[in-house]
Design a protein around this ligand. Structure first.
Ligand SMILES: O=C(O)CCC(=O)C(=O)O
Length: 287
């Protein structure tokens, strides 16, 4: 359970380290499961039957010599990851941070930057990249499976940026920032006059293996290259509240799994969006 100070920190900064949620055995189980899925490979899952929604090197077209394995909805092919999306400490914290008593999984995603040639995840906000759900309020839980450090490409965060609105077009102009050495050098943006945080001060956000970090879906974040000799494995679990609605005009990889009319409640979108909390109580394990 988060305390008042932690909740206030999240609302001020737009991100928070929630502390350890996995012991060594739990970390190793998730690493082993990730390796099993990587060994199976994108083509190794049957067409019919459970498979990740997306499984690719997300930087291959931009930078063929680099790699970030992105696996969306690994929970659909792994009991250990399915248990993780229901982790009581994580779900309870998301409820505290959103103030919601009904929570659903929007989707999860592994981002694995291999040693030596791990690619960049450019500065972005999540919510503008998720145009099939409204409002833009989800909160994500990001669990490190290795110590995420400046050297191996930990995330960077910009305090207070979740209160600056949708700035995705501006952030796209910062895609030249790729190295840990210059990743924080965002230039050309002035926060709104009435914003609580009036300076752009990005900072590295190291997270230890087994810890959870939370971020708001409008918080500016990203992660540079991994030039180090250590892997940077992590999973983000993106949660939405019971108020989320489907926006049929948008595009997103999860749209193919939404069985709803425009404006329909996402809590009726179907089995790919499991409920993790109902009426303030933990929901039964998905699947
Ligand atoms: O794992 C990363 O470096 C980026 C993850 C991310 O963008 C997210 O969790 O929203």
């Amino acid at each position: 359970m988060l305390n008042r100070r932690q909740i206030a920190e999240f609302h001020r900064n737009g991100f928070l380290n929630g502390g350890p949620v996995l012991d060594d055995a739990g970390i190793q189980e998730l690493r082993d499961e990730l390796q099993r899925v990587l060994d199976t490979g994108p083509e190794g899952f049957p067409e019919e039957g459970p498979r990740p929604v997306l499984f690719h090197n997300m930087v291959r077209e931009r930078e063929p010599e680099r790699c970030v394995w992105q696996i969306v909805n690994i929970w659909e092919v792994s009991d250990a990851y399915r248990r993780l999306i229901h982790h009581p400490l994580i779900v309870e914290a998301i409820s505290q941070l959103t103030g919601a008593e009904e929570l659903l999984v929007w989707h999860d995603q592994i981002q694995y930057k291999p040693p030596g040639h791990g690619g960049v995840t450019s500065w972005h906000q999540d919510a503008p990249l998720w145009p099939i759900i409204r409002p833009m309020t989800p909160v994500s839980a990001w669990v490190a499976l290795d110590d995420a450090t400046v050297e191996n490409g930990c995330m960077w965060m910009t305090p207070g940026s979740h209160r600056w609105g949708n700035q995705i077009e501006f952030l796209r102009t910062q895609a030249h920032l790729k190295q840990a050495g210059d990743f924080g050098q965002i230039e050309g943006f002035s926060p709104p006059d009435d914003a609580e945080t009036s300076v752009v001060e990005p900072r590295p956000w190291p997270v230890q293996a087994g810890e959870v970090s939370f971020h708001h879906s409008l918080t500016w974040h990203g992660s540079p290259f991994n030039h180090s000799q250590t892997p940077r494995r992590a999973i983000a679990m993106h949660y939405m509240t019971g108020e989320s609605r489907f926006v049929a005009s948008g595009q997103h990889v999860m749209k193919a799994f939404v069985d709803l009319p425009d404006g329909g409640p996402m809590n009726q979108a179907g089995e790919h969006f499991p409920s993790v909390m109902r009426n303030g109580k933990m929901a039964a394990l998905a699947g």
